[in-house]
Write a protein that binds this ligand. Sequence first.
Ligand SMILES: Cc1cc2nc3c(=O)[nH]c(=O)nc-3n(C[C@H](O)[C@H](O)[C@H](O)COP(=O)(O)OP(=O)(O)OC[C@H]3O[C@@H](n4cnc5c(N)ncnc54)[C@H](O)[C@@H]3O)c2cc1C
Length: 482
Amino acid sequence: MTQQWDVLIAGGGVVGASIARELSRYDLKTALVEANSDLALGTSGANSGIVHAGYDAMPGTLMAELNVRGNAMYPELCRKLEIPFEPIGSLVLAFDEEDEKTIQKLYDRGQVNGVPELKILSAEEVKAMEPHVTETVRGALYAPTAGVVSPYEATIAIAENAAENGVSFYLEHPVTAVRKTEDGFVVTAGGEEFACKILINCCGVHAHELSQMAGGEPFKVTGRKGEYILYDKNLGGYVSHVLFQPPSKMGKGILVTQTAEGNMLIGPSSMDVDDIDDTATTQEGLDGVLVTARRSCPELPAGGAITTFAGMRAVIGDDFIIRYSDMVDGLLQTAGICSPGLTAAPAIAEKVAALVGERLTLKAKENWKDTREGIPPFNKLDWDARQKLIEQDPAYARMVCRCETVTEGQIVKALHSPIPVYTIDGVKRRCRAGMGRCQGSFCTPRVMDIIARESGIPFAEISKNGPDAKLITGTLKGGAAE
Ligand SMILES: Cc1cc2nc3c(=O)[nH]c(=O)nc-3n(C[C@H](O)[C@H](O)[C@H](O)COP(=O)(O)OP(=O)(O)OC[C@H]3O[C@@H](n4cnc5c(N)ncnc54)[C@H](O)[C@@H]3O)c2cc1C
């Protein structure tokens, strides 16, 4: 049976999720279809997690406008949706005379873009703020309004808030065909048919494929891979701001930062690749990240890394594409949303909602809920707060992930969230079980037990992150796994 929707969003990254939340303010029937088994498994789950201040984008571009607006929206958004966010500020370091000219240019651009509180600092000021920074630093551009956010937790939280406000989410529903009708589209996703008046393309590095299926413009997406090294939390305070190097044509350069959760992160590399789905890390890429990061902090350790990962930038030209297709009526394109797309996402969503409003009546809901209750971060609570939780539910007294101090109570809450996901990575990205030093070596079987109990899925069927990624292949004695 074909389901009828006003708006169908294809793609559950931060852009699709933010648009879903923005549209959930209005009396519209909205659904989101996502190819993967969870939200934020594309670029939105593998990036630097920086809420950029907005001095980097060229004045007059959508990137500049939406970056600055998005940056201003983040603190309140994160407070309301209980998203990990730290407004730590950023420094673009200058190492030579050329760099000093570059940071002056960025400062001037920031003024035009409307970035507040920018300041050029002397070498002494930078060294006082960052004791591990190179002796050769000559100054820096300081942007106090930059911050760090957990990108996948942000995407999930935004989507959950949209779901609580009535948007329907369909995971493991890749769009495979789009048929134009008189008043919209019939979209085939996950073998089901969704009729909609407006189809919004939020497919990230695959935006050109969705566009082509719908009869829209033939974008040429360049995939630009960025590799990272993530360190243990004992190095989390190594730097206290985001340390950038001067940007180049290939991106914002290699940064050294603490993450919103208190790890240290270095990266990303920047390499154009043919395979837009290739997010494997490489020895060469990671070596380059470490060597370049040491320009900023020469004593940066090689040991202490707990994992590596890579993300894929979707580059189409020099600016975001956010507009109705010129070629097919009712297809709303968001494409080429590379950096600073995470920062800009809430502002992109406002812009898209205005475009939807040009075609459909936007009647505000009276009972729209702008807050979302997160999972209690047990490791950040004081003893009294922990005790209170345990009194409410003894499952909070049972420790499952020792590295990140995650309790059974948190895992159960993650499994009963507004968009339930029953994978090991789904649990990990919602409450951090398996995110720590041992990367799940100890807690994975226990997490699987809890998933099996709460979901009714047989233990052997539980996957890491989707149907093709099951951990159990059989029993040691050759019997069937249960
Ligand atoms: C290395 C790197 C570092 C970055 N650092 C930052 C940063 O620090 N700050 C910042 O602001 N921005 C940063 N960005 C940019 C930011 O991550 C992206 O702009 C943002 O995540 C894009 O979100 P999206 O929703 O458009 O794409 P995605 O997150 O990729 O989402 C697209 C979704 O569409 C789904 N999809 C694809 N095809 C289909 C289909 N046929 N049917 C259904 N679903 C489909 C995919 O599975 C995916 O979930 C960085 C990017 C990279 C790669």
